[in-house]
Write a protein that binds this ligand. Structure first.
Ligand SMILES: O=C(O)CCC(=O)C(=O)O
Ligand SMILES: [Fe+2]
Length: 365
């Protein structure tokens, strides 16, 4: 039986990819088939190896002596400039907690559709189970099911969307998000240090930091050569901490030197990427790099992604330290809440959302 489509939060017909997959189709509906230039090169990602993305030992920065600290800070700076991504080891997070959030998330996605739809994303909103970035019938769809939840500050929460099944799900998210928030703060301090700024430079901006979690589940796909798990985008956050479930297929790719590079996270490491906020604050010195997810024919994949962003009231713009004659201002000042709204009301399309803040190069010259 063909799966029944349902309406996205913007009134567009979409499918639930896990339900599609249950029908064991030999191919995928047209809505998922990407234009030729967008399709992933299957051979590229299946052969790429781990270890390309720089690895930062957080304990060396936080507790190391000068001889350990300095090279690690240097490595962090070059990762943010050249990759926009780095893996963090010795981050101090409770490994049992990382394991239990993976298990909870998997248990959730394995529930019957009817149960998951109790938490369905409502029209015009971005939280819950569903697809937040679908705006038209001709937009290509991602081979992914998502559960997105606002966590902090409390007023962004919608408690009716926090699953009561599996039991302990909400409790685990609560503990997990606290742990990740703690790490986000530490990483942000290290980033400030790597920029030659005082560790506490960003603290005021993040006093009421916004934290949201997105769980992405990519079932196996009969045609990974034709589809994308998640469309190319940069994150609208300041930084993002990504955990990939152990044993998942390789799926995340980032754009480096105009080529898509596959990322295979190290076991127990957390993957951090620079979001649009830091790119703006540093006037482009640190890059919010485009990334996407690809699918796999045999294996599924789960990622748990925590976004850390300034409070909505904060006014953002390049810090004066990063603006001079040879580095003219690239971004205007804007309100972060407005940017967040702009981000979630547009489809994921590479780095296009940051055009919102770009200063026209000609006007500056
Ligand atoms: O699943 C992934 O690895 C990518 C997820 C991602 O980029 C996101 O949720 O913003
Ligand atoms: Fe992302």
């Amino acid at each position: 039986m063909a799966p029944v489509p349902f309406l996205s939060t913007n009134g567009v017909k979409i499918y639930d990819v896990q339900e599609l997959r249950k029908t064991r189709p030999a191919t995928v509906p047209d809505r998922y088939v990407r234009d030729i230039h967008e399709r992933p090169e299957v051979s590229l990602f299946s052969y790429s190896t781990a270890g390309d993305v720089p690895v930062i030992d957080l304990s060396k920065i936080l507790n190391g002596d000068y001889h350990e600290l300095y090279p690690e800070i240097q490595k962090l700076a070059s990762s943010c400039e050249e990759w926009g991504f780095f893996q963090v080891i010795n981050h101090g997070a409770d490994l049992n907690l990382l394991e239990s959030i993976e298990k909870m998330a998997m248990d959730f996605f394995m529930l019957p559709l009817k149960e998951k739809q109790k938490y369905k994303m409502a029209q015009g909103t971005v939280q819950g189970y569903g697809q937040a970035f679908v705006f038209s019938e001709d937009q290509k769809l991602d081979w992914c099911n998502m559960l997105a939840l606002g966590v902090e500050p409390h007023f962004i929460r919608n408690p009716s969307l926090w699953p009561t099944k599996p039991t302990k799900f909400s409790e685990t998210i609560e503990t997990y998000s606290k742990e990740i928030r703690h790490i986000s703060k530490k990483v942000l301090r290290c980033i400030a240090q790597s920029l030659g700024l005082k560790g506490e430079t960003f603290e005021e901006m993040f006093e009421e930091a916004v934290q949201a979690i997105r769980m992405n589940y990519y079932p196996p796909c009969p045609r990974p050569d034709l589809v994308l798990g998640l469309s190319p985008h940069s994150d609208g956050s300041a930084l993002t901490i990504l955990q990939q479930r152990k044993g998942s297929s390789v799926g995340l790719q980032l754009l480096k030197d105009n080529k898509w590079v596959s990322v295979q996270p190290l076991p127990n490491a957390l993957l951090v990427n620079i979001g649009d906020t830091i790119e703006v604050l540093t006037n482009g010195k640190y890059k919010s790099v485009q990334h996407r997810a690809v699918t796999n024919k045999k294996k599924d994949r789960l990622s748990i992604v925590t976004f850390y962003a300034p409070s909505y009231e904060v006014e953002l713009g390049p810090l004066p330290e990063f603006v001079n004659e040879s580095n003219p201002v690239k971004y205007r000042r804007y309100n972060h809440g407005e940017y967040s709204k702009h981000y979630v009301t547009n489809k994921l399309q590479g780095k296009k959302s940051l055009d919102f803040a770009k200063v026209d190069a000609k006007m500056v010259a």
